[in-house]
Design a protein around this ligand. Sequence first.
Ligand SMILES: Cc1cn([C@H]2C[C@H](O)[C@@H](COP(=O)(O)OP(=O)(O)O[C@H]3O[C@@H](C)C(=O)[C@@H](O)[C@H]3O)O2)c(=O)[nH]c1=O
Length: 182
Amino acid sequence: MKLNRLDIPDVVVLAPQLFGDHRGFFMETFRADFFKEKIADMSFVQDNHSRSSQGILRGLHYQIENSQGKLVRVILGQVFDVAVDIRKSSPTFGRWIGQTLSAENRKMLWVPPGFAHGFYVLSPEAELVYKCTDYYAPQHERSIRWDDPQIGIRWPLIPGKPPVLSEKDENACMLDTAEVFS
Ligand SMILES: Cc1cn([C@H]2C[C@H](O)[C@@H](COP(=O)(O)OP(=O)(O)O[C@H]3O[C@@H](C)C(=O)[C@@H](O)[C@H]3O)O2)c(=O)[nH]c1=O
């Protein structure tokens, strides 16, 4: 597993080692010992899987209590995946990291607790799977606007494919009025 720390050091891109042969390929996508030693001493309690069509944007989501760390990968298609640091005391508060994750590049993004997460679908269809360090807690769910100018995410929007949002995400608030982490 190759590990690459990004401009926000807590956010990590992982690239599994691929073993290809005449049958196809094999790769390890998660090992608790590696994760604990190299990234964070946290355990995962929930796995999620979602499918979305091109132009769908989900985010920017977080849970203000039971904050979830998420280990995200794409098993079909391609997305632009984003983590935003919303820890008030962090030197990188309000900054974002974006990575293209695809079934082809097999990269994974580690979005730590204390970050908001979202993605925009670049391919005709995309399926995302992600492991979470805490359980879904709808009462603590929050959403920040994907296009908050204070955050300034440079989404690689496809011409003619403006982001399609859920009603919850349409009504999301800006970072300056959002509940954030201390
Ligand atoms: C997230 C989630 C949703 N649900 C249900 C609630 C709802 O009826 C349906 C769809 O939920 P949502 O609209 O919140 O799904 P979605 O917009 O895909 O929400 C997800 O977005 C990405 C960006 C994340 O980071 C995730 O943590 C999660 O917030 O699924 C669960 O049962 N368990 C879960 O863990």
